[in-house]
Design a protein around this ligand. Structure first.
Ligand SMILES: [Zn+2]
Length: 198
């Protein structure tokens, strides 16, 4: 039996690389991690499609290569891009998994962390449905700490120090999750969860 690790409301199974409960929609935009691709980092992102609009099916369609490129003028700019993330947390707190954690998701692009390039090789990518200048939703601040708690329990080499924004690993090129994201609130919430567990 694979070891199943329970933390808060979420369970991460390091054998399968899956989190529960989550809606699983496997993205074709994934491949094997390199041999030395041990997990060293969690990258937080913000995404909305079309930009600034929430609640539609477009992000999911984008990660599944099913986005109708003609449906919105902005989609011309991202036409044909093949991207994904391991997880997406919607505004309502709904959790979707597109790539198992033991596989490589295509989320960070050209990036660096502590002297290592190509963060996709060794990171977990979490997208928050959001936009740089708009407050993230309370429900996302409830779900994200519980998800991080489950991940850092399942993969003990990951701690809250191995957490960065896309803007931190691709400075100048990417700005998400943006100034609207409240890092202190996240750290405090994770701390609270830990205290409850002890
Ligand atoms: Zn990003």
């Amino acid at each position: 039996m694979p070891e199943v690790i329970m933390t808060g409301d979420f369970t991460v199974n390091p054998e399968t690389g899956l989190i529960n409960p989550a809606r699983l929609c496997l993205s074709p935009n994934r491949d094997a991690r390199p041999d030395d691709g041990a997990l060293e980092l969690v990258v937080l992102h913000g995404i909305s499609l079309p930009p600034g609009q929430f609640g539609g099916p477009e992000i999911e369609a984008f990660f599944l290569n099913k986005l109708d490129w003609n449906a919105h003028p902005y989609f011309v700019e991202i036409h044909g891009m093949e991207v994904s993330a391991h997880l997406l947390i919607r505004r309502d707190g709904d959790l979707l998994q597109f790539v198992p954690f033991n596989e490589r998701a295509w989320h960070a692009g050209q990036s660096h962390f502590r002297g290592h390039s190509n963060c996709n090789d060794f990171s977990i990518g979490i997208e928050l449905e959001g936009e740089d200048e708009t407050n993230y939703d309370d429900r996302q601040y409830n779900v994200l700490p519980a998800v991080l708690n489950a991940l850092t329990t399942a993969y003990p080499q990951l701690t809250m120090r191995e957490l960065a924004g896309h803007s931190d690993v691709a400075p100048g090129r990417k700005s998400d999750p943006g100034p609207a994201f409240d890092w202190l609130r996240l750290y405090n919430a994770v701390e609270e969860l830990r205290e409850k567990k002890d």
